[in-house]
Structure formats: structure tokens, C-alpha cells
Design a protein around this ligand. Structure first.
Ligand code: THU
Length: 127
């Protein structure tokens, strides 16, 4: 199994743990680090809707908590045709750590497209 297949299958396992009783949309993200580890995240919704945290930001938190800031790729996987790319907040949080991270996006019908953060968020915010 190559890295892309491993990332996708790891995201598939995580997708089952999405907590999305309100939107009923499940999203998972998996980050491959330069050390060869994979960190996942899922969307976690809240009855106070604005407190929802996306899969991508939870995966990033997981990687950072484990001391891994150097990444190779992110995979995003969703069971919904409505979700087509990472939201703006997640783009900015990805940009904080990697200005050109490759991202592979998979929808319910499988592979959809690949992006880089520099394409998704030109001129992201930096201090
Ligand atoms: N969601 C993500 O997890 N990632 C995105 O990039 C877009 C949206 C989640 C948030 C919410 O739980 C559901 O998808 C519908 O917006």
C-alpha cells in the first residue's frame, strides 16, 4: 500500500467517528507527517452550531499535540456531495503550518481533486 492509499484508508476509518448529528455530514482528514506518522481528525459538531470544529482543524490539533509540525500531505474525505473543499477557517489554519501543503480530496464517489494551500488561500494572513 502506498502513502496515498494508506492516508485514504486511515481517513476512512476515522470517518466513522465524525460527530455530526445536526448536518448529518461526515468529514475526516488525515495528515501524513515527514516522520511517516498519520494524524486524523473528524468534524465535531455542537448544538450551539458555531462551536463546530471541522475535521481538518481537529487533525491539525492532533498532529501539533503530538509535536509534529512538518507535513507531507493531507487527505480530506467526506460522505457528502455538498462538501467540495476545505472551509476558509481551515485554509488559514493549514497555512499557519504549511504554505504549500498538497491536499487530496475524496467525496462519496471517490477521488475528486487535488489542491495546494497556496492555490486555495493566496496571500493568507501572516504576522
Ligand atoms: N466541515 C468540515 O469538517 N470541513 C470542511 O472543510 C467543511 C465543513 C464540516 C463542518 C460541519 O460539521 C459539516 O461539515 C457541515 O458544514
Amino acid at each position: 500500500m502506498n502513502n496515498d492509499q494508506l492516508l485514504k484508508s486511515t481517513a476512512e476509518i476515522a470517518l466513522k467517528n465524525a460527530y455530526s448529528p445536526y448536518s448529518k455530514i461526515s468529514v475526516a482528514a488525515a495528515i501524513l507527517t515527514t516522520k511517516g506518522n498519520i494524524y486524523t481528525g473528524v468534524n465535531i459538531e455542537n448544538s450551539s452550531y458555531g462551536l463546530t470544529v471541522c475535521a481538518e482543524r481537529n487533525a491539525i490539533a492532533n498532529a501539533i499535540i503530538n509535536g509534529e509540525k512538518e507535513w507531507v500531505k493531507m487527505v480530506i474525505l467526506t460522505d457528502s456531495k455538498l462538501v467540495k473543499s476545505p472551509c476558509g477557517a481551515c485554509r488559514q489554519v493549514i497555512y499557519e503550518f504549511d504554505k504549500n501543503l498538497p491536499i487530496d480530496f475524496y467525496g462519496p464517489d471517490g477521488y475528486q481533486k487535488s489542491f495546494t494551500i497556496s492555490k486555495l488561500l493566496p496571500e493568507g494572513f501572516e504576522l
